[in-house]
Every structure is written in structure tokens, then in C-alpha cells.
Write a protein that binds this ligand. Structure first.
Ligand code: HDE
Length: 695
């Protein structure tokens, strides 16, 4: 029970005491309320269970011990079967452009209204305790608490999906999760069962290109895009429907880590993304997205070279441009992780009048799955009563009883039609949800539409839309992942598929795996088309040259120059960056002028992978000491290898030299502050080929 709701009386002041065993008894006094049991009974001793004799057995009679332990034993609920690891935040959606011509949904027609939201961003494959930075799709779910009921938009950070039909989802998830006999790998697609399944599922090839790109290695949860993926329908007052796809784009721009960096972050700070969002929101910053729609009619859809009901396809922006309609802002970390982020229950079937589903077979399956999974996860059909799930608009229904009924429904009437209660809830033809009237016909059967059969053309389009750096990362990711696959025939089958995407890509991956020969390509169901490229599919083109939301480390030690540190910190913060002082000891350093400087992080526990750019400002003596310190050498080498900008003074330069870092673009004297801050806004891509071999 929340002690906020049932705050017991403050006990009369008694001083803290030390018990016979030396244990501390903190007494209720001042603003501290008296600790109680769930029943409100004030507890006199929270340190010792009830015993027979000081060194004797514990008594079953101890109902206080039993209540506490019993509750503890039941403090976990089943984690989500997918998307178990996630972070959530509150905020709002503000509409800036009305879609009243297309829909009656007030959330999409009332300009200026701020609709409260709760959003949860997650990885897919790992358990709830897994790290934040594996190569994985990010789930991006938004619950809009609208004035017409809750609308859940349960999307991802990638606009397409692996499979076309919901019946394949359990297979996909079983293949990517830990292998069932051995219980590993955790949160990783780089293993045999995943690639075996993929190599036998040609429809996954477009998604494979996306997941092998750096989209699956986000720098921050504030730097990912969001997509509803499926086509939905908007329905207007006249009952006319228009198809819609939802997109949301980060204000801070897209930004990713490098693969080596993501792996090292997982060791340095497994909570990297959660902590970043928590720290940003706690500091008064926001996470913000520009919210857009792609609107199209059935007639337009009939002209597309693909089927928009197929979730393995996207609609290029060049074909149907995006219309910006609002802002999504997250600005408040939840009060309690479990009550909100863990218990929030998203269901694509939660929607409002004016929005409706399409026939996308993946979406149709999801409409069943989410409600079903919430029943098993939250244990009761009353999960909608949890504060995080309850609508913020008035609601009234006849659903009663069930486990954990928290409300106290009154009156005799829990049914309809009824004539006994004047205030019982009734249907409303005027405001109620009406399913779009869409004529349907066809033969009943387990059928896959022929219009879903082109599995390679958009994968090819994606590949050809990337910059050279991005292509090298995709090819290298494929080599990395397939190198972890033990079965040669699976590696070969995958490279065979890649031949349809691009012959050069297939060759690069085959070389990276040292395959004896280029494997045969499977026969495609449809001829592969070369579609026009689309810059919107890149990450590099969508990065922002900004320091907002970026972090800079200044590595210092005893004897560092305080004036240089202060000037750099001031300028970087003025440009929007967060700055952290990293020192060999967390207690701080004594600067050259004898003054003290506190550290934000200790060198061994604050590696450079946590930052976007670094400064190394050291005395000559400290540079010498640190050159024999592997944490310092790794700090420099990793920052260099991860293509980050450096600001250095003479001591910093000396340490860089020991670490084998030669003068090059992006390594700047600390006196050239503007140059450093500009370089810090991006990675030094030109350096990449000199630090690692890529496929
Ligand atoms: Fe989900 N998915 N999914 N999914 N999904 C779940 O629901 C499912 C799919 C997505 O933060 C589960 O509450 C099926 C596509 C997000 O709480 C479950 C299919 C997209 C989240 C489920 C899909 C998503 C989930 C597990 C194929 C992007 C996390 C826990 C038909 C458009 C929500 C839960 C959160 C979670 C089923 C495919 C996004 C089992 C059957 C496509 C963001 O119900």
C-alpha cells in the first residue's frame, strides 16, 4: 500500500536507539511517519524477528515477519515475453495541425490541446535485467490518455518488421531468444537459431538490412525515430476512411553508437540509456519528437509497387510525403518504476473513435495478443484499473468482480438493457466507436497474398540509400553475426539471400566469412526491382550537428590546469552539452594552482564510451603516471577508435602519443575551443578505416 495514501499519524518523538545486538532502530520523529503493516498496525521493531530466547528459534507467530516476507516473495510479475527491458516516461502530445478532414478523433483534430501520454521504449530480445545496448530493435509504445479514451500506438524505431503474418511471431521470438537447451545468448541475435530461421524466411530480408544497420545501436532513447509500422485508417464524420502511417522524429536528430562502442557501454554502464533519460529529465531537459503522418487513399495504394498491408514494406517519403501534425514531449520520469513502467499495459486494440485498423495480418494478430498477454502478466482482467492504465476521461461500464477489483461499484444493475437504474451506462450512437464500413469478400483459407511476394526490392533500396560508412557497418555487422553462427550452411544461405540485395554486399560478406565460393542465391518469388534511393533511410543524413543532449568528458588529474578546464566546461555547457569531470579518484584532484576540483566520475568506472567527445587536460607528471594506467590508456584508445573529437593540452597530447594517437582531424588543442566544440558535434568518419578493418 502506498504510504502516501494511508499516511499514518506521526509517532511522538523518540530518539533513535541502538539495540542489544548493536543494530540501529530509527524512530519515527519529525516528518518521519510511523512504519506500519499493511493493516495499519504500527511496528515497534523492524530489525528483529520474534524469537524464543536471544539465540533461539524464530516463532511462526511472527505475523509481521510473515507479512513482510510474503509480500517480498511475490514482488515480481512475469516479465514481458518480448520487450522485457524498457524505460518509460510521462509527457504530452500537442497537436499543431488538425486532421479534421480525415478523422473525428479529438486527439488529432483539437489543435493546441495537450494530451497526457506515457511512453515506454524497450529492447526486444533480452530479459528485464539485460543491458540497454545490444543490437536490437527498440520498441516505442505511446499511451495517449485522450478525452475519448486511451489510444495506444505501440510502435518500433524501425518502420518495417521481420514477418508478414502474426502466426510466425512465436517462431521468430523463439529463434532470437536464448537457445532453449543452453539458456544463452542473452539479448543477442548473433547465434544459430536466429539466423537459421531468418535464412529460411525470405520475407525478413528487408528488416535484416535495418537491424544490421546502426539503427539498432542508438546513442540515446532521445535519438531514435518512431514508427507505427502498420497502415491504420482515419475515419471522418462522413464515415470516409483514409489510410495513415504514423512517424515520429527526434528533435535531437538520429544518432547511433558504433558496434564496438555499444559492446563496451554494456560493460561500462548496462543502464546507459535508462540513466541518460533519467538524468536528462531530472535536469529539466525533455525528450521530444516531431509527430507526422503519411496519408493515402485506396486509389493511391493501388498504384504502389508493393502492398501497404505488408508490414515488411515501407512507403517511401518520396511517394507519400510526411505531414507534420504535432509534438510528442516526454518530460517526467515516473515516481515508481514498477507501478508505472512495469505495470503499463499497451494494447494496439486500444483506440478512439475516428481511428481504425487496416487488414495488415500482423496487426490483426496483435489485436489479440496484447490483451491476452496482459492477463498473464498482470494477472487480472482489472489491470485497466491500475493508475498507469486507467483512462483520464470519464468511463462507465458493467464489468464487475474479478481478481483485484479496486473499485467499489454500487447499485443492483450490472447488465443492460435494464430499466431499474436511471444512472446505468448506456450505448451512445452519437459518441461511440463505429467500425469503418469496409466491404470485404473472398475465399476462406490460409492464404498469403501474392502482392506480399517481393521480398528483396526494398532491402535493395535500403542498401543503395546508405552512405559508404553505413554500408560498411551493415556489411561488418553481417560478418560479425554470421561469424557467431556455427553451421556453415546457415552462413551460406544468408549470403545467398544477400545476392538479391546487392552482389557487392554478398561478396563483401562472403569475403569477411572467408567462404570458399559465393553461394547460390535462392529463386525469388518475384523479380527483384531496383527502386529509387531515399535519403530518409539513412542515419548519417539525419544526424544533427548539435551538442544538445551530447556529453563531454574532461579527464583530469592532480596538477591539471584549472583555467583551461573551466573555460572548456563553460563553453561546452553554453553549447548545450553535459560535461563530466573524470579523475583517477572520485574525491577529485588538486589543480596546478593548489585549488581542489571535485570529480563526477572515477576513471576506471567512467570510460570514454559514455561520452560523445573527450578532453584530456593533464600535467606532464600526471600524463606520465597515467600512461601506465590501463583505464587511462583505454579511455584514450577507445575515444580515438570510436571516432571522437579530442581537446588536449601538452600533457594530454603526451598521453595520446603513448596511446599511439597521431595528430589528425578531430584532435584539437584545448585553446582552439570553437574548433573542438564543432568537431565534437559529429564523429570523425574519415578516421575509421585507419582504426578498424570493415567488411
Ligand atoms: Fe509486439 N508484443 N507483437 N510488436 N510489441 C508485445 O505485449 C506481438 C510487433 C511492440 O512497452 C507483447 O505487453 C505479436 C510489431 C512493443 O509494454 C506481446 C506480434 C511491433 C511492445 C506482443 C508483434 C510491436 C510489444 C509482449 C506479431 C511494432 C512493448 C508484452 C503479430 C509495430 C510494449 C506486451 C511495452 C510487446 C505481441 C509484433 C511493438 C506478446 C503477436 C510489428 C513496442 O503481446
Amino acid at each position: 500500500m502506498s504510504n502516501k495514501r494511508t499516511r499514518p499519524p506521526i509517532a511522538k518523538a523518540v530518539a533513535d536507539t541502538v539495540g542489544a545486538g548493536g543494530e540501529l532502530h530509527q524512530q519515527a520523529q519529525g516528518t518521519h511517519p510511523a512504519l506500519t503493516t499493511q493493516q495499519g498496525l504500527s511496528v515497534s521493531d523492524n530489525q528483529n524477528s520474534l524469537r524464543l530466547g536471544a539465540r533461539g528459534p524464530t516463532l511462526l507467530e511472527d505475523f509481521i515477519l510473515r507479512e513482510k516476507i510474503t509480500h517480498f516473495d511475490h514482488e515480481r510479475i512475469p516479465e514481458r515475453i518480448v520487450h522485457a527491458r524498457g524505460s518509460g516516461a510521462h509527457g504530452h502530445f500537442e497537436l499543431t495541425h488538425s486532421l479534421s478532414a480525415y478523422t473525428t478523433a479529438k486527439v488529432l483534430t483539437e489543435v493546441g490541446v495537450k494530451t497526457p501520454v506515457f511512453s515506454r521504449i524497450s529492447t526486444v530480445a533480452g530479459g528485464s535485467g539485460s543491458s540497454d545496448t545490444p543490437r536490437d530493435v527498440r520498441g516505442f509504445a505511446i499511451k495517449f490518455y485522450t478525452s475519448q479514451g486511451n489510444w495506444d500506438l505501440v510502435g518500433n524505431n524501425i518502420p518495417v518488421f521481420f514477418i508478414q503474418d502474426a502466426i510466425k511471431f512465436p517462431d521468430l521470438v523463439h529463434a532470437v531468444k536464448m537457445e532453449p537447451d543452453r539458456g544463452f545468448p542473452q539479448a543477442a541475435s548473433a547465434h544459430d537459431t536466429f539466423w537459421d530461421f531468418i535464412s529460411l524466411t525470405p520475407e525478413a530480408m528487408h528488416m535484416v538490412m535495418w537491424i544490421m544497420s546502426d539503427r539498432t545501436l542508438p546513442r540515446s532513447l532521445r535519438m531514435i525515430e518512431g514508427f507505427g509500422i502498420h497502415s491504420f485508417r482515419l475515419v471522418n464524420a462522413a464515415g470516409e476512411s483514409t489510410f495513415v502511417k504514423f512517424h515520429w522524429r527526434p528533435k535531437l536528430g538520429l544518432q547511433s553508437t558504433l558496434w564496438d562502442e555499444a559492446c563496451k557501454i554494456a560493460g561500462g554502464d548496462p543502464d546507459f540509456h535508462r540513466r541518460e533519460l533519467f538524468e536528462a529529465l531530472s535536469a529539466g531537459e525533455t525528450a521530444e519528437w516531431e509527430f507526422s503522418v503519411q496519408l493515402f487513399t485506396q486509389e493511391m495504394a493501388d498504384t504502389f509497387a508493393f502492398d501497404h498491408l505488408d508490414a515488411t514494406k515501407l512507403i517511401p517519403e518520396e511517394l507519400v510525403p510526411l505531414t507534420v501534425i504535432g509534438r510528442l514531449v516526454l518530460d517526467r520520469w515516473p515516481d515508481n518504476f514498477f507501478a508505472e513502467t512495469e505495470q503499463v499495459a499497451f494494447c494496439p486494440s486500444h483506440l478512439v473513435p475516428g481511428i481504425d485498423f487496416s487488414n495488415d495480418p500482423l496487426l490483426q494478430g496483435r489485436l489479440f495478443s496484447y490483451l491476452d498477454t496482459q492477463l498473464s502478466r498482470l494477472g487480472s482482467p482489472n489491470f485497466a484499473q491500475l493508475p498507469i492504465n486507467a483512462p483520464k476521461c470519464p468511463f462507465a461500464h458493467q464489468q464487475r468482480d474479478g481478481q483485484m477489483q479496486m473499485a467499489r461499484p454500487t447499485g443492483r444493475v450490472a447488465y443492460g438493457p435494464s430499466s431499474l437504474a436511471a444512472d446505468s451506462p448506456r450505448e451512445s450512437a452519437a459518441t461511440g466507436f463505429v467500425t469503418a464500413t469496409v466491404p470485404e469478400s473472398g475465399v476462406k483459407g490460409r492464404i498469403r497474398a501474392e502482392s506480399f511476394a517481393d521480398h528483396y526490392s526494398q532491402a535493395r533500396q535500403f542498401w543503395h540509400s546508405q552512405t559508404g560508412f553505413e554500408q560498411a557497418h551493415i556489411a561488418s555487422a553481417l560478418v560479425f553475426e554470421l561469424s557467431k553462427v556455427e553451421h556453415l550452411h546457415v552462413r551460406q544461405a544468408m549470403v545467398g539471400h544477400l545476392r538479391h540485395v546487392d552482389g557487392g554486399l554478398a561478396q563483401r560478406v562472403a569475403d569477411g566469412l572467408r567462404l570458399p565460393a559465393l553461394p547460390d542465391a535462392p529463386r525469388p518469388a518475384r523479380p527483384v526491382q531496383s527502386l529509387p534511393t531515399s535519403a530518409a533511410l539513412q542515419i548519417i543524413g539525419k544526424m544533427k550537428r548539435t551538442l544538445a543532449g551530447r556529453a563531454i568528458a574532461i579527464l583530469v588529474a592532480d596538477g591539471s590546469d584549472g583555467a583551461a578546464i573551466a573555460a572548456l566546461k563553460k563553453a561546452a555547457m553554453a553549447a548545450g552539452a553535459r560535461v563530466k569531470i573524470v579523475a583517477p579518484k572520485v574525491g577529485g584532484v588538486t589543480l596546478a594552482d593548489g585549488s581542489s576540483l571535485a570529480a563526477d566520475g572515477q576513471l576506471a568506472g567512467t570510460p570514454s564510451v559514455m561520452f560523445d567527445a573527450v578532453a584530456v587536460l593533464l600535467s606532464a607528471a600526471a600524463a606520465k603516471t597515467l600512461s601506465a594506467e590501463s583505464a587511462a590508456v583505454d579511455f584514450v584508445r577507445d575515444a580515438y577508435g570510436h571516432l571522437k573529437a579530442f581537446a588536449v593540452d601538452a600533457g594530454g597530447q603526451a598521453l595520446l602519443q603513448v596511446c599511439g594517437v597521431q595528430p589528425c582531424a578531430g584532435v584539437v588543442a584545448v585553446t582552439a575551443l570553437a574548433e573542438f566544440l564543432d568537431a565534437a558535434k559529429t564523429r570523425q568518419w574519415a578516421r575509421e578505416r585507419s582504426v578498424r578493418s570493415l567488411a
